[in-house]
Write a protein that binds this ligand. Structure first.
Ligand code: ATP
Length: 448
């Protein structure tokens, strides 16, 4: 048997649509550029991705959760630097009308050529602000302008003291949040890798100045370990230190994942110093100093930030998990044929469906007890039920969406009160009592 990994993104785009992971947004109207909808399986899987991140963060004794509003006071974005500085250099091709970024388009950087048609008839570089603007209230005047947040982090900064004082945590402590962000990206693409509406999972860790380097290194290692814990292969991950630092950063490193288009940023880890808190203190006129009652110390904390896109991580999980097991057989006449088993080898916590129930035939004597078993499992797990096509085909359907276990109800089930449970990766089968089935699946998922 030969195992092939994912070669190009289009394979995954096709699978995602066919099996209900991700659909083009507003597809029946021709789609909306770089916006995607998560379907029946995708929405389940996305929740699992978020849960993995959220639990990893907020079950620590030093991190609290936050769910801040998308719309914030416009001064937030003045203070953060986004109104004046959150822009990319943009160039228009006057011939084919392609619009592209001047700073990351190779044909332009090297030869001042359009990446689409090769023309040199190009506009000047202009700075293009990536924030989406809208208006609040009934009047559409300049006083009512608000922005869709381009990152979740600012909610953490402006709520720093609210979170710290209400939870009575001492520094060092962190705030974690998951939420939508919006960027009017000039060149979105690569499926859900870069979109204009996306979800971020960010954690800001507030530390005493002077201890920031140590915590920066700790979080680097922790975040790298997180991806491996959830099954991403180590050889597909690497650190990439930033050569040029953003105005707010004291140090920055990316964790990159080897997507089919090459190693690209998955997560950013930054030492932001006290830039954000001091800006908000200055613009709001409110002190954001931290005060430690016990030691009577007062200071403005430094911030270590870890920021990953949920959609981008979803894509990394899919890419990493995809495999084709190709078995070639030769018959007596010497004719060879290929059998391909497509498997999404997702970590069981990430897989959208944990177990599928399959009656061996469509006869009621099997489908009625099979539905009961489905309901019994559904009390604890996300399940599917499938009674159409041959059992082999149904196993393959589940393999392709990453379901760890398939449960087959057969003609013996009524006699022995047992079912056959098949393991996605090992393809081994166990006979399990229906009364012990939930416990078997639960422990199996933990030790998959
Ligand atoms: P990039 O260099 O890819 O534009 P960035 O450095 O601007 O990303 P950050 O502002 O650090 O990204 O955001 C943190 C994370 O949010 C990124 O690592 C990425 O996973 C995710 N992210 C950022 N922009 C997008 C986007 N347009 N679509 C999907 N995810 C995004």
């Amino acid at each position: 048997m030969v195992v092939k990994t994912l070669q190009d993104l289009s394979t995954l785009v096709g699978l995602s649509k066919r099996r209900g992971f991700v659909f083009q947004s507003s597809e029946i109207y021709g789609g909306l550029g770089s916006c995607w909808d998560y379907g029946p399986l995708g929405s389940l899987m996305k929740l699992n991705v978020k849960r993995a991140w959220w639990n990893t963060m907020t079950r620590r004794s030093d991190i609290v959760g936050l769910d801040a509003a998308i719309l914030m006071h416009p001064m937030v974005w003045k203070a953060s630097g986004h109104v004046d500085g959150f822009s990319d250099p943009l160039v228009d091709c006057k011939d084919c009308k392609t619009r592209f970024r001047a700073d990351n388009t190779e044909s332009y950087i090297e030869h001042k050529k359009c990446p689409n048609c090769g023309s040199k008839n190009l506009s000047e570089e202009r700075n293009f602000n990536l924030m989406f603007k809208t208006t609040m209230g009934p009047l559409e005047d300049s006083a009512s302008v608000v922005y869709l947040r381009p990152e979740t982090a600012q909610g953490h900064f402006v709520n720093f003291l609210n979170c710290q004082q209400s939870s009575r945590y001492k520094i060092p402590f962190g705030i974690a949040a998951i939420g939508k962000s919006f960027r009017n990206e000039i060149t979105p693409g690569n499926f859900i890798f870069r979109t204009r509406e996306f979800e971020q999972m960010e954690m800001q860790y507030f530390v005493k100045p002077g201890t920031d380097e140590e915590f920066f290194n700790e979080w680097k290692e922790r975040r790298f370990a997180f991806y491996q814990k959830y099954g991403i292969k180590k050889e597909n991950l690497k650190f990439k230190p930033h050569e040029k630092l953003a105005h707010y950063a004291k140090a920055a490193v990316d964790i990159e994942y080897k997507f089919p288009m090459g190693f690209s940023e998955l997560e950013g880890i930054h030492n932001r110093g006290d830039f954000d808190l001091s800006q908000h203190a200055k613009f709001s006129g409110k002190s954001l100093d931290y005060f430690n009652e016990a030691t009577k110390e007062k200071f403005l904390p430094y911030v270590i930030e870890t920021a990953v896109g949920c959609d981008r991580l979803f894509l990394a999980f899919m890419c990493d998990a995809y495999r084709e097991e190709v078995t070639t057989t030769t018959d007596e006449a010497g004719k060879t044929s290929e059998d391909i088993r497509v498997v999404l080898g997702l970590h069981p916590e990430i897989a959208p469906i944990k177990v599928c129930v399959l009656p061996l035939s469509k006869k009621e004597e099997l489908t009625i007890p099979a539905m009961k078993i489905r309901d019994q499992l559904a009390e604890e797990f996300d399940v599917q039920y499938d009674e159409t096509a041959s059992i082999g085909k149904r196993y393959r359907r589940q393999d392709e969406i990453g379901t760890p276990y398939c449960v087959t109800v057969d003609f013996e089930t009524a006699n022995d009160g047992s079912v056959t449970v098949r393991h996605r990766d090992k393809m081994t089968q166990d006979r399990v009592k229906i009364t012990e089935l939930n416990a078997y699946v639960a422990s199996g998922l933990r030790n998959f």
